[in-house]
Design a protein around this ligand. Sequence first.
Ligand code: AMP
Length: 188
Amino acid sequence: MTETHSAAAHGDSGPEVARLVASRVLDVPDFPKPGVMFKDLMPLFADGKVFREVIDEIVAYHGRDTFDVVVGIEARGFVVAAAIAYATGVGVVPVRKAGKLPRPAHSVSYELEYGEATLEVHEDAFTAGHRVLVVDDVLATGGTAEATLDLVERAGGTVSGFTVLLELGFLGGRERLAPRPVHALLTV
Ligand code: AMP
């Protein structure tokens, strides 16, 4: 495990916030499989002061009146989404992996490096025109985010923004999601 280098950190909320995130990420080589450098944000979640600063920064970036509900992507996105929801007084909607939701749901499948994944959201999760802020911990290839944004729209929501704590810029997720804007607190 090594700490992400933070000296020249950059992101869409400026170098100070980027450095803050970088100071609370651990790089875990070969997890969950050989060749993958896992970006572990648990130290950020576990640090109450930093976690609050990060949540406040996300809310300030979008503006607290720009969304009606927050979507978190299973599972680490739930942590971020719930905090934003509590801080702003809106509700939270989970986007879940296949087979976890108890009632009728929309689903979207997408390609992974090996195989396929499916994400789901309840059919009645949004009121038509609801403005939805979508959050996750890490943006890698963008497949998960693309499926989630499609799912929100299919369920009648309007995506008002998309934020991740950390973006792996070299994997091209931002380009994949274009023209939908990406807000990343730290880009590596
Ligand atoms: P992707 O669909 O490739 O953008 O992958 C994004 C999803 O997988 C997010 O929900 C992340 O939590 C997780 N993920 C992908 N790559 C990593 C990584 N290197 N470190 C931590 N999480 C990752």
